[in-house]
Design a protein around this ligand. Sequence first.
Ligand code: 5GP
Length: 177
Amino acid sequence: MELITVKDKQFKPYIGEDKIQSAIKGLAVNINIDLRDEFPLFVIVLNGSFMFAADLLKEVHIPCEISFIKVASYHGTSSTGTVTELVGLAEDVTNRTVVIVEDIVDTGATLEKLHAILIKRGVKAIKVATMLLKPDAYKKPIPVNYAGIEIPNDFVVGYGLDYDGQGRNLKDIYVLA
Ligand code: 5GP
């Protein structure tokens, strides 16, 4: 097994590109059916979900719009528990069906914050799409409608996810060795 070094830590291969891509195709099939009459607005949560969002939205074939929001809640390998909205949403989301696109749902603190912001702005419905979900860490009541792959409470990098700013460009997902 080939270990890689990201900054000062070693990671081992965890989820390969093929598995990632087939999970995404599965999510998109459901989104294309469920939201075909909704003209949804996909809200991409930067930075981590840029790669997932690009691959997912290439498989979404219904009329939709795409926007970007930037939040931060993680430093190094442990969550600070605080979430800050850095770049707000310019679109009018009143009465829109919004799909929050996340790289990973861990504690759900980020999701909860975004959910509250969107509710305050008068959305019609909120759906959540995430590449990865940590079910053992996620205890919030907000439903995660489209989860690509469920993983245990391990720290992963790659496919958009970083370790201290590095590793986002990796095609596969790696776990701390
Ligand atoms: P939550 O608010 O759900 O606890 O965490 C959300 C954010 O924390 C994610 O969008 C991601 O940026 C970061 N995060 C959570 N778990 C991991 C992980 O295993 N690896 C990396 N690189 N980031 C994570």
